[in-house]
Design a protein around this ligand. Sequence first.
Ligand SMILES: Nc1ncnc2c1ncn2[C@@H]1O[C@H](COP(=O)(O)OP(=O)(O)OP(=O)(O)O)[C@@H](O)[C@H]1O
Ligand SMILES: [Mg+2]
Length: 425
Amino acid sequence: MRTPVTHSEIVVGLDLGTTKVSAVVGEVDADGITILGVGNVPCRGLRKGVVSNIEWTMRSVREAIEAAQTMAGVEIKTVYAGIAGSHIRSQASDGVCAIAGREVTRTDLDRVLEGARAIPVDADRMILHALPREYVVDAQDGIRDPVGMSGVRLQARVNLVTAATSCVQNVIRCVERCGLTVADVVLEPLASADAVLSEDEKEIGVAVIDIGGGTTDLLLYADGGIAHTSIIPAGGNNITSDVAAGLRTPMAEAERLKRNYGCALGRMISDEEEIEVPGVGGHSPRRVARRLLSDIIEPRVEEIFAEARRRIEETGLLEQVSSGCVLTGGAALMEGMVECAEEILGMPVRLGFPVGVKGIVQLVQGPQYATGVGLLRYGAQQLADRAAHQAPAERGRVQSQVEDADLGAHAGGKSGFWNWFRAAF
Ligand SMILES: Nc1ncnc2c1ncn2[C@@H]1O[C@H](COP(=O)(O)OP(=O)(O)OP(=O)(O)O)[C@@H](O)[C@H]1O
Ligand SMILES: [Mg+2]
């Protein structure tokens, strides 16, 4: 349940995707989130969700921010930036603290989550999120919000998400060099899931699969909490490369053919349909069966869903994903994706479009905007948390940047991470 903020603030979600950078600007007030503008520009600075060229990424960030500012008519200073890539890992952890018979407070939640974070992490990795799955007060488990309950011992079962420090630094660096402050670095599938899921789905259990250009992000809700998240290093770009190689056509044409005629299930295409395929290196165009295009696409899509299914099975939570799967990300738009996913995952599948915002919603209607809208919603939730409790319930090394930014971190805030980051770079 979101706590309304009492005044209006501008919040910006910045999705650094493998194919595009999206800056989504919203105004957050007691009535919710109003989309004011979006800047969407192609980006070639990332590989498989990870920044691989700082200059190119910066250029796209700058252009996306400028476009969003112009459309929204506001100045953007701070953003919530997304991060993905196969360096992301998640693991279970527990935190415990004594409450000695009194009522559990928000401060106790902070303490117990801090405890869950206190596990050894490799020197080159950092904790991005500590996502509570459930709380246990004395012998009673399965508690979502223990504040106000009485007991002797409070335990938190959390899902710890860690990232390679260098990848987080590169995201921060790209954004800061554009003269912006990073309020927080947020796991992209967390943002996408928040944007496309209903509360019922979260409650019952659901899998979210965000198929982007470079990565396919998986996130599982089970028992009302986030039970698993991982990144599969393949996405729509792999499909395009397969089409380019299989039909011997330039990448740009392969992308066009994929978007206009691609289908993830060959048997949905009649044998009579034909498409024109431009040749490479001066070869003239030729007509081929559209079925051939889907025969190239289908194995790659199957491979991605089979890997997603393998990962879900590995968690032992397949049975608990009762409401099925929500498919989002740009590549989910291809014909036959839902049907193919249903066959391979063996569960009901629907397409996920961003919800929970108003204003110029047509700007962010496609599944490719799930992450940008989710980042904006995440930022709005941070404001609400701060308004309600002064400090967010879940604070981490990266998240404490939110407070540092507000306190004027450039002069030296209270976050050890932030000072360390600045000193190191
Ligand atoms: N209509 C469509 N049919 C098939 N594929 C599509 C369609 N529209 C977009 N795509 C594919 O979606 C992918 C881009 O999706 P998205 O914008 O979600 O990715 P991204 O966020 O840039 O990348 P990532 O999340 O992997 O870092 C591209 O591979 C593109 O070809
Ligand atoms: Mg993406």
